[in-house]
Design a protein around this ligand. Structure first.
Ligand SMILES: Nc1ncnc2c1ncn2[C@@H]1O[C@H](COP(=O)(O)OP(=O)(O)OP(=O)(O)O)[C@@H](O)[C@H]1O
Length: 759
């Protein structure tokens, strides 16, 4: 690009040289220009001011281009003067001649003309200079012009060259651009095609891969399924084989065992028969020998005594022989008599012995009969119990305590409820409770009387001994091999613990004492009993050992195990005490009470908040008849039955109360389910402790689960509903009695009872 830069150099050199030379001259002629302007303005012959003006202007412009700013009033003002002058004659016409007086006018005109002539002369000189200067200037400008023209030509050719090269370049560039664009488009197209190809390929590839994977998956699935089926088949076959083999082995084993059992029982029966015969013979022999021996001993004793007396008499006779001759004969006669009497006595002894033998045999026969009668008695006793109903309800109202009676008498701060016993002197089965006062809309106050009837009702005067008389038959059932459950239900302070475990005469010590007595009585009928006792507590749905260490209470939780075959419940880990005498139970009760008092923060608190279960296991075996019996007597002291809404409990106490309420309602549910199942199965006895096929929700609480085999089936249940005599407890009393009525109306077993519940 050398062309344009060359042009610029020319231009700058030109303007600087012209400006400097012209500027200096211009300055020196300022005065002339002014005068010239003035004179031109007055020229009548049409001097062309626009030429002068354009000249002045170009000059001024050229001067300014010399780098010095134009000063007002210098060249500019002179030009303005000329213009001003010129403007007096805008059309370039002749100037208007001044008016003058014709007398003096000529003179004046002459002077003026003269002056003008002089002016014109000097002006002509100036104009000649100017013309000269213009000429020089023109030649200068022409030189410049020619230079400029040559420059211009040069530049034009350069420009043309440049332009043509630019065109060429542009064309080349355009061509290049087009080529590039084509290439780019081609590349783009190719790229797009490639991309589409790749995409298509990729799509096909993934489609293929997906198909392959699916095929592979389904193949794998099929294989796995086939493998699983195969394995299952193999496994089933193996199982069937093992089962067949085991069945075969079991059958063989069973047959072998059956065979062995048959042989053994044959041998046993033979042995037993032989033994029984031997024992019978031996015992008879022993008895007869014993009888004979004792008869002989008695005879001997008597004879000894007689001989002694005779010897005494003989001695006496010998001493008196000399003096008593007369009596000697008599004495001899006496001796003869005595000797003959002795023979008679010997005969009498023999007869006596025979009679005794007969009596012993008769006694043996009686004993055998007694044994048979005992078996019969058991059967009949159970039938009687079943007829009375396998679930019975007794009601007991405790008396006012001395402190309560005092308060009632003193200031009436304690009021007794109105409870009556209409048939106390006849059957003792009814109780009526006067309900709370109710105000009608008219303001009349009424009280409803609620009558209830149970199997037995005990008033406040009844003692534990009276109560026990009624339950002793159930205790007998436990001894006969049945599971018995006796529980006390009622609110806190209604007398449950007093009834159940009063140390001197509660149901527990009395039951143990009776069982001991009965067991002793049964010994002569061939029965031997072992008794063990365990005492557990259900607290907050956990089982505690009341006979264990106090510090283990609430820590060592016990489990309940059921043996469905034998209908037996066990509590592994619970302490069991052998009751080897009627007094052993006292130590046991004391230990349980002590443990409970350690666990409680307040006296009586623990017993109110937990259920205690005394489990007495009775195992009997009769060596003479081969009979066996296994019974359990459960004596249950339930937690206070007060309802949640009334307890006002919170926190731990609320949890306790909820657990108590839950387990008590579960107990109700179990009894109701047993009743429902019993009526649906027409009272059929079930050996499984179940309920004739219906579902009995034993598992819903620890208490019912523990008592599963003692509630329902052939077992006997007795519920004591305990009643407080206080008016303050009236609400709970009515609730307890209604619950007890529902239980009373429940039929389990063969006997059916009907009573109405009044709400
Ligand atoms: N039949 C009764 N004769 C005399 N006193 C009785 C009788 N029944 C209960 N009592 C006395 O009443 C009080 C409360 O009885 P008990 O402790 O047996 O009630 P409870 O229902 O077991 O209460 P908790 O639920 O707190 O164990 C005790 O002092 C008890 O001796």
């Amino acid at each position: 690009m050398s062309g344009p830069s060359t042009t610029r150099n020319h231009a700058s050199s030109f303007s600087s040289s012209t400006a400097s030379s012209y500027g200096s001259r211009n300055a020196s002629r300022n005065a002339d220009t002014t005068s010239l302007g003035t004179s031109v303005g007055s020229r009548p012959n049409g001097y062309r001011p626009h030429t002068a003006m354009s000249l002045s202007r170009s000059t001024s412009a050229t001067g300014n281009g010399g780098g010095r700013p134009a000063q007002p009033g210098s060249e500019g003002s002179s030009i303005g003067t000329i213009a001003e002058t010129t403007s007096n004659n805008p059309r370039g016409g002749e100037p208007k001649a001044p008016t003058f007086d014709p007398s003096s006018g000529l003179e004046y005109f002459h002077d003026m003309m003269k002056e003008t002539m002089e002016g014109l002369k000097s002006q002509r000189v100036g104009l000649a200079d100017v013309a000269e200067m213009y000429k020089a200037r023109i030649s200068e400008l022409e030189a410049i012009k020619s230079q400029l023209e040559s420059n211009n030509i040069k530049l034009t050719s350069e420009i043309n060259e440049t332009r043509s090269s630019l065109f060429a370049n542009t064309a080349a560039l355009d061509e290049e651009k087009r080529a590039r664009t084509r290439d780019l488009e081609d590349a783009h197209r190719r790229h797009r095609n490639d991309l589409e190809d790749v995409e298509e390929k990729h799509r096909r590839e993934s489609e293929r891969t997906r198909r392959d994977a699916e095929e592979e998956l389904s193949r794998t699935r099929r294989t796995a399924q086939e493998e699983t089926d195969r394995l299952l088949r193999v496994h089933r076959e193996e199982l069937a084989e093992v089962e067949r083999r085991l069945r075969g082995e079991a059958d063989e084993e069973r047959n072998r065992l059956l065979q062995e059992m048959k042989e053994l029982s044959g041998q046993l029966a033979e042995a037993r028969q032989k033994c029984e015969a031997d024992v019978g013979a031996v015992s008879r022999e022993v008895e007869s020998v014993k009888g004979q021996l004792s008869a002989r001993e008695a005879d001997l004793e008597r004879e000894r005594a007689q001989s002694a007396s005779l010897r005494d008499k003989l001695a006496e006779s010998a001493a008196n022989l000399a003096s008593l001759d007369g009596t000697n004969k008599a004495m001899k006669a006496n001796i003869d008599f005595l000797e003959s009497d002795n023979q008679q006595q010997s005969q009498a002894f023999a007869e006596l012995h025979a009679r005794m033998q007969a009596a012993i045999e008769e006694a043996e026969r009686s004993r055998e009969k007694l044994r048979q009668e005992e078996t019969l008695r058991r059967k009949l006793h159970n039938q009687v119990q079943e007829l009375k109903g396998n679930i019975r309800v007794f009601c007991r109202v405790r008396p006012l305590l001395p402190s309560e009676a005092e308060a009632a008498a003193d200031d009436g701060s304690v009021a007794p409820a109105k409870i009556a016993f209409p048939d106390q002197d006849v059957d003792g089965k009814e109780i009526t409770v006067q309900g709370p006062e109710q105000k009608s809309s008219l303001g009349t106050v009424t009280t409803a009387t609620h009558p209830f009837a149970f199997d037995r009702v005990f008033g406040p005067a009844a003692q534990n001994a009276d109560v026990f008389d009624e339950i002793s038959q159930l205790v007998q059932s436990a001894l006969d091999g049945y599971n018995v459950c006796i529980f006390c239900y009622g609110q806190t302070g209604s007398g449950k613990t007093h009834t159940m475990s009063a140390p001197a005469d509660g149901m527990i010590p009395r039951a143990v004492a009776q069982i001991w007595q009965q067991a002793k009585g049964l010994e002569e009928k061939g029965w031997r009993y072992t008794m063990t006792g365990a005492f557990v507590e259900v607290y907050n749905e956990s089982l505690n050992d009341l006979l264990g260490r106090a510090e283990d209470l609430d820590r060592k939780k016990l489990e309940i195990r059921h043996d469905a075959q034998r209908c037996k419940t066990s509590v592994p880990g619970a302490t069991t005490v052998a009751l080897d005498g009627p007094d052993a139970v006292h130590a046991l009760l004391a230990r349980a009470a002590k443990n409970r008092s350690v666990a409680a923060t307040k006296a009586n608190e623990r017993s109110s908040r937990s259920h205690s279960v005394f489990m007495l296991s009775l195992q009997g075996a009769n060596a003479l008849t081969g009979e066996r019996s296994e019974g359990v007597l459960n004596l249950v002291d339930l937690a206070g039955s007060e309802r949640l809404a009334h307890s006002g409990a919170t926190g731990d106490r609320l949890k306790e109360t909820q657990n108590i309420n839950r387990s008590l309602s579960c107990l109700g549910d179990v009894i109701a389910a047993l009743g429902a199942a019993s009526s649906s199965s027409s009272g059929a006895k079930k050996a499984d402790g179940g309920a004739g096929g219906g579902h009995v929700p034993y598992r819903n609480s620890k208490l019912t689960y523990l008592l599963q085999y003692s509630l329902g089936g052939n077992s006997k249940t007795l519920m004591f509903v305990m009643v407080s005599p206080l008016l303050a407890h009236l609400g709970e009393t009515l609730t307890s009695l209604k619950f007890a009525t529902k239980v009373h109306n429940t039929h389990i077993g063969t006997a059916r009872r009907q009573a109405k519940v009044k709400d």
